[in-house]
Structure formats: C-alpha cells, structure tokens
Design a protein around this ligand. Structure first.
Ligand code: ZN
Length: 441
C-alpha cells in the first residue's frame, strides 16, 4: 500500500511532460522554399494541418510554452506573411499565414553538434515574379550552415503550338494532345514531394525551338522532356511510342556553336564556371558538361522507355539518338518522347483518350522520377530523403489525397502505412497528419 502511494506520487510529479521553451528562431529562403527553424529546449510533440481562405499552416506543439514564442513574430519572409502564436492547453498553437498555394513540411530534428532539438517548418513553392537568386537569412541568432533542400525541377515541353500544329490525323492534332499529356505529367510532379514542374507552354502558343531549352534553363531545370506525337502517313500501320536522346554528332555541332558564342557559354547553369578560361579549357569543360548531360539523358531515357512499354506498344525497343534542336542543351539532360503515331488510327484514338493520356503521363513521370530517386542532385529534398532513409517525418493530408496514393508516394504498402499510424480504417480526412518514412525506396 505504501509503495503504491509512493508510485502514485511519483507519477503525479513526472507525468505532466516538462514544457519545452523556444530558444531562438532562424529563417531563411531561397528560390524554391522558405524555412523556419525553431530551436527548442526539448523534443517537440507536434501535429500540423492546413486551412484554406486564407491559406494557413497550423502547427500545434502540445508541450511548448507559448510564453516563449515572441521571437516568431519577427520572421520576415515572402511565402510566410506572418506568424501568430497562442497558448493551447499546456502547449502552443502556431499559425503561419501563407502568401500563396505553397506546400509545407514540418519535421523535428534531434540535437546535433552545437544544435539543440529543432522543429523545422519548410514552406515550398515558387514565388511568382521572384528572380532565381537566394535571399539571405532574415532572423539569425546563431549561423547554421545553409540548409538547401531544393526541389528537383522538371521542365516539360509540349511540342509545337500556336501557328505550328504539328502532325494531325483522324481529327487529332499533335499540339493539342501533347499539351494535354504534358499538363498531366506536370500535375504529377507538382503533387510529388521534392519535385517541381515547369511547362514551356501551358496554352496554345508558338514557341521557337531554340527558345524551349532556354526557358528550361531559366527556371533552373534539372531535366527537360519534350512531348510529341509522330506521323508516318506512308504506312499507317506504324505505331507505338519512342524515346530520343541527343546524338553525339548533334552534341558536337552544338558545342562548336556554343563555343563561338561566349555569351551563351557564360549562361551555362550546369555547374561549370566558364569565367576566365581560355578557349581550349572552355572546350574541355563544356565537353565534360555535355557528356555528362547526355549520359544522364541516356540512362533516364532507357528507364523511361521500359515504363512506356508497360502501358502500350513501343515503336523502337531501343533508345533513339537524334539531333533534335530542343535536345541541344549542353548542360540539362534532355529527352524527347514521341507518344505515338497520329497516322495510325488506334494510336490517334489512344492519344486523345483521357484514360490513355493519364497512363502515358504516369509512365513518363515514373520513368523520370525513378532516375532521380536513384541519382538525386546534391542539395535537393530527394537527396536529403535518400540520405535520411529510415527516419520519419510528418505529412498533412491534402485535398484529393487518398491513403493508397500517400502510401505509394512514400514507398509503403497501404497496410504498412496504416500500421505505422495505427489506422483502423482506410478513411483519412483533410488536414490529418500521418507519419511516413523519410526515404527507404
Ligand atoms: Zn512533334
């Protein structure tokens, strides 16, 4: 009896978790995302959800003392218009007023080196009109090595447009179906954590061929894929899709053209600094950049071809090499996908069918994504996720999400996702938070 009394007393003293306090706040932003780091005196217990009209991210930290949150109001950021906090039970509610339709990621980091427990809030998305330069930290107490976790940018180029309709047959026009398929691909990348899509055109407009890779470079693309449909009226039985990378011959002629134009060479975003070097060195550097771009294109293209062959007939079993103008980026891996032959009736019907467009888009999306999951560029969220495979993060259920989609997105079976979160049923609700593995694919 006495022992139980003592235990009861101890439990009473220990159970209400020690409230943790906010030490300092750091905020930083770059072209892809904004990050707010809360340094805390202990491990946060938190959940998050999003609210619409106006867009808000709400983070509840059930063990954080709200009286220590004043520093949050000093954060000045383009994506986060304001931060408000209030006490909620024994903890705090922190509301981030968002300036647009941004995705968010909230996760905790344990103490490491000189850093204590941290709660990291990432708000991800392109700010319209923002130039591609990093902005400095706004609230800084202790400098932290810059954490850059940018999205992988995939440029999707719907072929033709405007006064250039491309191929047409059986009432199907290339510029129209490739735009529809491209938008579907873009939507898939937009919904995928760690990726961002840009379209070279999202309406019926004419863009010169040379302009297309330039648009991709401008938006910092890691990959360029041009979407087309073939036509071969001489033999209407020819059908199926095909994938093309730049042939080395095309590459070499492009290289000499670039070398003649210093302005172009200086514009290269592929990581080679062509500043003060003589022409020979310049040639070597450009060669290396281009060879690596072509190598990546081929590797990704072969995977993509396999994915396409799963959803329909493939015209050529092997990756094609061609000298298409849109593929001639010396620094951005580029592919051209011929989604089928409009001159073939069944292909033409397929390419204008919504469900088939979706399957083709899914195959192209999967092919490109698979390449990047294996070979993520440095400093990207995907690279970070690969390096941190095994740990967990919290995601919020967004409009249109289903359990099976979320499971697939994070490489889990539905069963495993339910187990991980103690879910009894398949129903999830908007704003609900779920634990998912950071990586593990
Ligand atoms: Zn075309």
């Amino acid at each position: 009896m006495k022992l139980r009394g003592l235990l009861g007393f101890l439990l009473l003293v220990c159970l209400p978790a020690q409230a943790i306090e906010l030490g300092s706040v750091r905020a930083s932003a770059n072209q892809d995302s904004s990050r707010v780091v809360l340094e805390l005196s202990g491990e946060p217990e938190f959940s998050q959800f999003n609210l619409e009209n106006p867009k808000r991210l709400v983070v509840d930290v059930t063990n954080l003392d709200a009286r220590t949150l004043d520093a949050l109001s000093q954060v000045d950021d383009t994506r986060i218009e304001g931060i408000r906090s209030s006490s909620r039970g024994r903890g705090s509610r922190i509301v981030f007023d968002l300036g647009g339709d941004y995705r968010s990621n909230v996760f905790a980091l344990g103490p490491k080196d000189q850093y204590p427990h941290r709660l990291v809030v990432d708000v991800v998305g392109y700010v319209a009109g923002e130039t591609a330069t990093d902005r400095g930290a706004t609230v800084t107490t202790t400098p932290e090595p810059p954490v850059q976790k940018r999205d992988i940018v995939v440029a999707i180029d719907p072929g033709h447009g405007g006064r250039d309709p491309g191929a047409s047959a059986y009432g199907v026009v290339e510029k129209e179906v490739v735009l529809q398929i491209s938008k579907r691909i873009a939507r898939k990348f937009q919904g995928e954590p760690g990726y961002r899509a840009v379209l070279t055109r999202d309406d019926d407009r004419f863009i010169p061929l040379r302009e297309r890779p330039r648009l991709a470079r401008q938006s910092g693309a890691d990959f360029f894929v041009s979407i087309h449909a073939d036509s071969f009226p001489k033999n209407r039985s020819v059908r199926g899709s095909g994938v093309y990378a730049l042939s080395l011959r095309g590459a070499n002629s492009e290289l000499s053209r670039w070398l003649q134009n210093t302005e172009n060479a200086d514009d290269l975003a592929g990581g080679v600094d062509l500043g003060d070097v003589d022409n020979d060195t310049r040639q070597v550097l450009l060669n290396m950049s281009m060879e690596s771009a072509i190598r990546i294109s081929k590797q990704a293209g072969e995977g993509l071809l396999r994915d396409l062959s799963r959803v329909g007939r493939v015209h050529k079993k092997r990756l094609g090499l061609a000298n298409f103008a849109v593929l001639r980026s010396p620094d951005i891996p580029s592919l051209l996908v011929e989604t089928g032959f409009l001159s073939n009736r069944s292909d033409a019907e397929r390419l204008s069918n919504v469900r088939e467009q979706e399957r083709i888009a899914e195959a192209i999306f999967t092919g490109i994504k698979r390449y990047f999951e294996k070979n993520p560029p440095a400093n990207t969220f995907v690279a970070w996720r690969k390096d941190n495979a095994g740990s967990r993060m919290t995601v919020t259920v967004e409009r249109g999400d289903t359990l099976s989609e979320i499971a697939a997105r994070y490489g889990l079976s539905v069963k495993a996702l339910k187990e991980l979160n103690g879910l009894e049923r398949d129903v999830i609700r908007l704003g609900q938070t779920l634990e998912v593995p950071v990586g593990g694919r």
